[in-house]
Design a protein around this ligand. Structure first.
Ligand SMILES: Cc1cc2nc3c(=O)[nH]c(=O)nc-3n(C[C@H](O)[C@H](O)[C@H](O)COP(=O)(O)OP(=O)(O)OC[C@H]3O[C@@H](n4cnc5c(N)ncnc54)[C@H](O)[C@@H]3O)c2cc1C
Length: 536
């Protein structure tokens, strides 16, 4: 069966751009259709996290990630009297070896991704082309488009379709997929301002990054990345119950709100827009050959800075699975793990965002005073740890329960091999990786068969000072201490950097590899043995 493309993507937001680049790298032909003449040029996301930063680096997009990220100051939350309620220190080393969070200027990020996509021969970009519908059969999806200038209608085919078409997704609507509302809704005026050359937040006496939880006007004050060397700043002002949406976007209102923080002569107002922050989760993420990703699948309030990150995680999760299935190296069931892996994860992220939102979105003085008291008396719960994978392709015990540390993001850092020092990911080929400490010997021939069938790269990690030339030296100290904390001497890492499972010794490693083999066979990732064929 020949199709025009391997994958068609509707929309050309950040999620679609990264998806196209990932799929292109794996050798697939991608057709992207965007209804506007260019991608959305104004800032929305202002930060990305360490996992996304690592993913970009691991996929040849490191120079882009490096070029658009700025280090993050502590994220500080204050009450109306500027007493600190909580601080989230994002600048510390994350499990990925970089800062937890980095600030970005979304249009600069997207511009570099776009330039890269335009250089790739396998990516066809179609602007001013709106998707108006599609249908699918057993072999392909047929997508219908309309040229937004001429009105001319055309159709294209692909093996798979990804709806990365944002919050009002036509793909989702066409599939009749409903969304669950997790219960958050608030209107915020978002204002972006570029400081005059040479100015920065500290010179202006601004807090660098924080939330001013003043019930008289809950306000977010954060960096907005750097645009062509100029410092961008973001303010977000919550609409109060007595204010109308229309009034919030009037120029005079914007100036009045900004006036408390900055003078017009200190820079340029880039834009202002009123957003309704919501918490919505699609109830299905796949129907046949069609998938949802990014804002099409989930919406969240921005207090964790995770909306775009979640979308980039979606396509990172989906791309390696599509790759294996399209290569004939896995069966369709692998694609069914997309939603069980991604939906609970993003649902937890939305809940965490809503929790932060519940701290700031309080327009009532008495309720705010009560909140302050909870923090000052130490009764406020600490922020929950960042979600991990809880379902899907993860090591399980005999009862089917996921066994820790399965589902954790694997540790990553700078390492040395021989005379080269670089990011760990740059030493291993894409795919499954078995990381072991040095005292674990060779595995049994049966286990080796599984590792060979899945082309698992085995890496022996040793401490920096004692590592031999053929071992990976844990120079940044990110990998071995993490494994020690988990009580493991080996871990199997999936192609998307999540831990499939860990083992405390050589015997447990045999069991873990057998479990990988069992699941890999069920998903068609490796040929079934006679034994499994018989039991099937
Ligand atoms: C104020 C604010 C602050 C935020 N801060 C952060 C942050 O700090 N960190 C973070 O990670 N996220 C943040 N986000 C969220 C982030 O901006 C979004 O999650 C992200 O941009 C969504 O990307 P997307 O590619 O899924 O969708 P979009 O960027 O919305 O792209 C969808 C594209 O699809 C196109 N399209 C739609 N329908 C069709 C059709 N029928 N045919 C063809 N094309 C179509 C649209 O024109 C659009 O270009 C923030 C959002 C807001 C509003």
């Amino acid at each position: 069966m020949t199709t025009d493309y391997d994958v068609i993507q509707i929309g050309y937001g950040p999620v679609s751009k990264v998806s196209a680049l990932l799929l292109d790298r794996m050798g697939w032909k991608v057709g992207v259709f965007e209804r506007f003449g260019e991608f959305y040029p104004l800032p929305r996301a202002v930060c990305i996290d360490h996992e996304v930063f690592r993913m970009l680096h691991a996929n040849g997009l490191g120079p882009i990630a490096d070029a658009v990220t700025d280090p993050t100051p502590p994220y500080r939350w204050f009450n109306a009297d500027w007493k600190e309620l909580l601080t989230i220190d994002w600048s510390g080393a994350s499990v990925s070896g970089s800062d937890e969070v980095m600030f970005v200027h979304q249009p600069s990020f997207e511009a570099l991704l776009d330039a890269e996509a335009k250089r790739r021969a396998n990516i066809d970009l179609h602007f001013e082309t709106e998707c108006i519908g599609f249908e699918q059969d057993a072999d392909k999806v047929t997508v219908h488009m309309r040229d937004t200038k001429t009105g001319k209608e055309t159709s294209c085919t692909a093996r798979y379709l990804i709806g990365a078409d944002g919050a009002n997704s036509l793909v989702r609507e066409t599939l009749g997929i409903t969304r669950t509302d997790l219960g958050f809704e608030a209107d915020w005026l978002v204002v972006d301002f570029v400081l005059k050359e040479g100015l920065d937040a500290t010179q202006l006496g601004l807090i660098e990054c924080g939330q001013y939880c003043n019930p008289a006007r809950p306000t977010t004050i954060v960096p907005g990345g750097t645009d062509d060397g100029r410092v961008c700043r973001r303010w977000e002002f919550m609409r109060l119950p007595h204010e109308s949406k229309e009034e919030m976007v009037e120029e005079a209102k914007v100036q009045e709100l900004l006036g408390d923080w900055i003078k017009p002569e200190q820079g340029d107002l880039v834009r202002h827009a009123l957003y309704t922050f919501r918490s919505l989760l699609a109830d299905e993420w796949r129907k046949g050959r069609v998938f949802l990703a990014g804002d099409a699948a989930h919406l969240m309030p921005p207090f964790m800075g995770q909306g775009m990150c979640a979308g980039l995680r979606d396509v990172w999760n989906l791309s390696w699975k599509l790759d294996r299935v399209m290569r004939g190296e896995a069966n369709d069931a692998l694609l069914d793990t997309y939603m069980p892996e991604r939906r609970p994860h993003v649902s937890d992220v939305i809940e965490a965002s809503m929790f932060l939102g519940s701290i700031i979105c309080i327009p009532d003085e008495a309720a705010a005073a009560e909140r302050d008291e909870t923090f000052f008396s130490g009764k406020a719960p600490p922020p929950a740890p960042f979600p991990i994978l809880t379902d899907g392709m993860l090591a399980r015990d005999a009862t089917g329960a996921v066994v820790a540390p399965a589902g954790e993001l694997s540790p990553h850092g700078t390492v040395r091999l021989g005379r080269r020092t670089a990011r760990f990911d740059s030493f291993v080929r894409p795919g499954f990786v078995l990381v072991t400490t040095e005292d674990l010997g060779p595995v049994s021939p049966e286990a080796q068969q599984v590792l060979d069938a899945l082309a698992v790269t085995r890496v022996e990690v040793a401490p920096r000072v004692t590592a031999r030339d053929d071992q990976v030296a844990d120079t940044q100290g990110m990998i071995l201490p993490w494994m020690e904390t988990q009580g493991i001497a080996a871990m199997l890492v999936r192609p998307d950097h999540f831990v499939f499972g860990g083992a405390k010794d050589a015997t447990a490693l045999e069991t873990l590899i057998a479990e990988l083999g069992r699941q890999a066979q069920a998903l068609g990732l490796m040929p079934a043995t006679e034994e499994t064929l018989v039991s099937a």
